[in-house]
Design a protein around this ligand. Structure first.
Ligand SMILES: *Cc1c(COP(=O)(O)O)cnc(C)c1O
Length: 470
């Protein structure tokens, strides 16, 4: 209601104070008889003016200065947003006749990202340290430390830092010897990188369905899809939930196939007390900016197999012999991480337990706040043998209006996400689909909510309210 923001320029300080008292916005727009903007006064301005000795019955027009900030009708949200400063929290919008038609208020939650990295520990300190050491490329103290400390954290003997999670997966497949003619079983519901790396090896992905309760690859479907050509399985611990690793490892053992865990979203999740990534042949992690811990871009392969680790090391570095410089035994890649990124990673790792706990608390708060909403179903956190971690707080909307709901939340600047679109729905992967019943169901219903660890309870309540009213 714009009227509540206005005070006539003929009015007094007292009139202006009454308007502010009424609108509770801490400010008032001073306008002439045609509602054309003359200036803005805040409660602080008026208070200071009175303390200088001015009287309540003085004209408000004596107080306002000429340099106020306003926005023109038709300016983009971004242009308006840029006008906000430390002391400018409210901006009137005027039309071409300078008439006040609306206003925008700055709120900290004006844009709530799906997730923002938490870099408040030693990240900056170590980054500067790495920078000043001049070891800014892919050799250095922090790389060595990050590989050692992260693999230690997961419970694996070897760690290989990579440029990103996708290159980690690609390295892992190559180290297992995945080549043209081979088949690799992947889940239908995942991020595209999982399947793309199989195609990068010119092998054939076999896309199978997921379990309805864990949203992870279904061991029964794996068993059905295994052939003599199957070389590897890539279980994806989706949205922080460990796959049914017991069954998967049994199948792998029986058929002598490799298990490459895609742990891009599940740092610290456990199955039977073991961290994911340390269960299969190789575990692959991502440290992209929105993952559980981050290095900006980055990834890591962990393994207990020394031979495979060695193979990945060579392939990561152009396929160059580790003992003879510029001698290449195979066609390799440059998939290295920089020491600068690793410096951030080391600092993130120092705080990983706290970060995981804080994420868990955000999810708990959402669950508590939304417990009364019947048509939603949070990700299962009660599966046997597993302890999931919270990547993005994720749930299903069990009625047919998920996309409208997403639009509504986005209009309020809450960056919510639909789930990954299951691979089988996309033309480029269609030929590789084995089964996809549950994946399509989950993919079409799922949403992920803003999950930064510093998100306020108020924002969570706002989001819950929009969903509730839907
Ligand atoms: C993020 C992600 C990747 C890829 O990691 P990048 O570091 O972005 O290359 C792979 N798989 C899954 C499931 C992911 O979520």
């Amino acid at each position: 209601m714009i009227e509540k923001m206005l005070c006539q320029n003929s009015g007094t300080l007292l009139d202006a104070m009454k308007v502010i008292n009424d609108n509770q916005k801490g400010a008032v727009f001073i306008v002439d008889e045609k509602n054309r903007i003359c200036g803005i006064a805040t409660d602080g301005d008026i208070r200071r003016f009175i303390l200088e000795g001015h009287q309540l019955q003085e004209k408000i027009i004596n107080l306002i200065s000429k340099d106020y900030v306003c926005a023109k009708q038709g300016e983009s949200e971004k242009e308006i947003f840029n006008k906000f400063e430390e002391k400018i929290r409210i901006v009137p919008i005027i039309d071409k006749n300078n008439e006040v038609v609306d206003y925008v208020e700055f709120r900290k939650d004006l844009h709530v990202p799906i997730i923002s990295p938490d870099l408040i520990g030693n990240e900056f300190k170590y980054l500067i340290d790495a920078f000043l050491s001049t070891w800014i490329s892919s050799t250095g103290e922090y790389i060595t430390r990050f590989e050692k400390e992260f693999s230690n954290y997961i419970g694996s003997n070897h760690g290989l830092a990579t440029a990103n999670g996708t290159t980690a997966l690609h390295l892992a497949l190559m180290a297992c010897g995945v080549a043209p003619g081979d088949e690799v079983i992947v889940p239908d519901l995942t991020f595209a990188a999982t399947v793309n790396v199989v195609l990068h090896c010119q092998a054939k992905p076999v896309i199978v369905d997921i379990e309805k309760d864990s949203w992870g690859i279904d061991p029964k479907e794996i068993e059905k899809a295994v052939t003599s050509k199957t070389k590897a399985i890539i279980p994806v611990h989706l949205y922080g939930q460990p796959c049914n690793m017991n069954e998967i490892m049994l199948i792998a053992k029986k058929h002598k196939i490799f298990v490459i865990e895609d742990c891009a979203e599940a740092h610290g999740a456990t199955y039977n007390g073991n961290k994911v990534g340390a269960i299969g042949t190789i575990g692959c992690f991502s440290f992209f900016g929105n993952k559980i811990i981050t290095t900006g871009e980055g990834g890591m392969c962990v393994t207990n197999d020394a031979k495979i680790a060695e193979k990945m090391r060579v392939l990561r570095d152009h396929g160059m012999s580790q003992t003879r410089k510029y001698w290449h035994d195979e066609i390799g890649y440059n998939y290295r991480m920089t020491n600068l990124q690793a410096a951030i990673g080391v600092a993130q790792l120092e705080r990983i337990d706290g970060i995981i706990l804080a994420r868990q608390r955000v999810e708990d708060l959402y669950r508590k706040t939304m417990a009364d909403i019947e048509f939603i179903e949070f990700q299962n956190d009660d599966l046997p043998d597993r302890k999931k971690v919270t990547w993005l707080v994720s749930l299903l909307i069990n009625q047919n209006n998920r996309d409208e709901l997403i639009t509504k939340l986005k209009e309020k600047r809450f960056d919510v996400r639909c789930f990954f679109i299951s691979l089988s729905q996309m033309d480029i992967y269609k030929d590789f689909v084995f089964s996809n019943k549950n994946s399509k169901y989950i993919s079409e219903r799922g949403i992920s909510l803003p999950s930064s660890i510093n998100i306020s309870e108020e924002i969570i309540m706002n989001i819950a309210e929009i969903i509730r009213k839907n």
